[in-house]
Write a protein that binds this ligand. Structure first.
Ligand code: FAD
Length: 483
């Protein structure tokens, strides 16, 4: 389902404004050719599309500031864009040519590496995988890791407070940053590029812009925290009878190896089935079928094999207690990659299975079992034949709950049920003390729903912050917040 409209009905950007922007950034900084702009005007899942007269690609912070000043003076809305892998329509313009896209793609330099301080200062347009590579080259780890890491940019990661597979150990993007530089909606530059672990001098302003989805300013640089590279790791796929067993196993694993549990992903059998069907080279590593699985990784210091005895003891104890039905422990990097691929391939495999209604929710770990059981029961009662597809970063209480259309059902008719299904799932999440967006953000996708689940006080606070920083409402209007 592609959303083309949702236009707020503004006038197109005037040619004179575009000319001023062109002068500020030069020819290389402007794209107006429809063919060149086309990939930036639709979202990764192609469920959002829009139109702009120009994509602006500044070369540095000063050029970003110059463009924003022109936009502030002329009331021209700006859609910041990084790698365009966001899943909530936040980086997509509306369809009336009234906005410009400001892309950070050309601002892709590592500015400084301070190994004594364990920090790397980068421009917003650096690709996440490149940052990981540069950290590894320096003998360090930058632990943010997600399936889109070959395309997404650190500015986008911070603007969405991205999560990914290692949140359990290292936290969200929010926890991996010490300082930011931001161009504010009036075009001024806030230099908060401090590499400090302690700075108790008032409001932590950088946190305002992290997770703000480009509605409060444009992140142009960041000081990132680096970590020691683990010397040893173990990857395993564990078969489980029920989701609750995953929560018990997680507690067992943390008791055994503490913070060294880096990844803990839940996979329903239905997910494995579609991965085996659609992802080339995928193979079931266990001889029998099981209802649930956990992909677990532990990583720590010490040479290869250091963690093995603790992991083997952990699996043996869990099996004896009846919590684990079977398990495979990777014996090489290649096997570890193959196990990871089973989890990473799920979104792609789902694309081949017709319409699926996606939910990125979180609940307290203690309510995961209840959430999956009740949500599945409710949907199966309302839509006989619906296929429940649940997986996710269960160590963080984050479940991707993506029910798929019954086999052979009419695609359009099932897709039209989205609002009703959303409400059923999200009402339950809310009742269980959870969140309707665990890691993908709000963007345009969940903006209206947010009003149902956030308290009036929270909504008023968010609106007040937006109005204070962006009184002209030029920063990514129509996304996340309703000023
Ligand atoms: C296959 C796949 C897997 C994914 N897995 C995960 C996952 O595990 N965890 C997760 O959290 N997300 C995941 N995502 C979602 C997405 O990758 C993240 O949201 C990512 O952080 C977006 O980065 P980006 O550079 O692509 O941002 P974009 O999509 O370009 O933008 C996202 C939002 O940030 C704003 N923005 C971008 N750059 C800036 C900037 N410099 N300053 C201010 N605002 C800015 C945009 O306006 C928009 O609102 C996945 C996406 C895909 C396609």
């Amino acid at each position: 389902m592609t959303v083309m409209s949702n236009s707020p009905g503004r006038a197109p950007v005037q040619p004179a404004v575009l000319q001023r922007i062109r002068e500020a950034v030069g020819e290389r900084g402007c794209l107006t050719d429809p063919a060149e702009m086309a990939p930036l005007l639709k979202s990764w899942r192609d469920n959002w599309r829009g139109r702009v007269p120009m994509v602006v690609r500044p070369a540095n912070t000063q050029q970003v500031a110059a463009v924003v000043r022109i936009c502030a003076e002329t009331g021209t809305p700006i859609v910041p864009q990084g790698g365009n892998t966001g899943l909530t329509g936040g980086g997509q313009p509306h369809d009336d040519n009234s906005e410009i896209i400001l892309s950070t793609a050309r601002m892709n330099q590592v500015v400084a590496l301070d190994l004594a301080n364990d920090t790397m200062t980068v421009e917003a347009g650096c690709i996440l995988a490149e940052i990981q590579r540069r950290a590894a080259e320096a003998g360090r780890l930058f632990p943010l890791s997600l399936a889109a890491e070959g395309s997404c940019q650190i500015g986008g990661n911070l603007a969405t407070n991205a999560g990914g597979t290692q949140v359990l150990r290292y936290g969200n993007a929010r926890n991996l940053v010490l300082g930011l530089e931001v161009v504010l909606p009036d075009g001024s530059i806030w230099d908060g590029l401090r590499g400090l672990r302690k700075d108790n001098t008032g409001y932590d302003l950088k946190q305002l812009f992290i997770g703000a989805e480009g509605t409060l300013g444009i992140i142009t640089r960041a000081v990132l925290k680096l970590h020691p590279r683990p010397g040893d790791s173990e990857t395993m796929l564990v078969a489980l009878p029920v989701p609750a067993a995953a929560v018990t196993l997680l507690a067992r694993a943390r008791a055994a190896v503490g913070e060294q549990v880096t990844t803990f992903e839940l996979i329903q059998r239905s997910c494995l089935d579609i991965v085996l069907k659609h992802i080339p080279g995928a193979a079931d590593p266990l001889p029998a079928r099981h209802p649930w699985y956990a992909l677990v990784e532990v990583a720590g210091q010490g040479g290869p094999g250091t963690l093995r005895p603790a992991v083997e003891a952990l699996l043996a104890e869990a099996a004896e207690a009846g919590e684990v039905l079977d398990a495979v422990l990777a014996s090489s990097q290649q096997q570890a990659r193959a196990l990871r691929r089973l989890r990473e391939g799920i979104p792609e495999a789902q694309n081949h299975e017709g319409v699926s209604l996606k939910h990125d929710v979180s609940v307290p770990l203690s309510r995961i079992d209840e959430f999956i059981a009740r949500a599945s029961r409710q949907l199966q009662a309302a839509y006989p034949g619906i296929r429940i597809v649940a997986f996710g970063h269960i160590g963080d209480g984050n479940i991707h709950f993506n029910p798929a259309q019954p086999v052979g059902a009419d695609r359009a008719r099932f897709a039209a049920e989205l609002p009703r299904v959303n409400q059923m799932v999200h009402d339950l999440v809310h009742e269980l003390g959870g969140s309707i967006s665990a890691e993908h953000g709000i963007g345009r996708l969940r903006r209206e729903e947010l009003k149902r689940y956030k308290s009036p006080v929270e909504l008023a606070l968010m609106g007040a912050i937006k109005r204070a920083l962006d009184p002209g409402n030029i920063m990514n209007p129509g996304k996340l917040v309703s000023p």
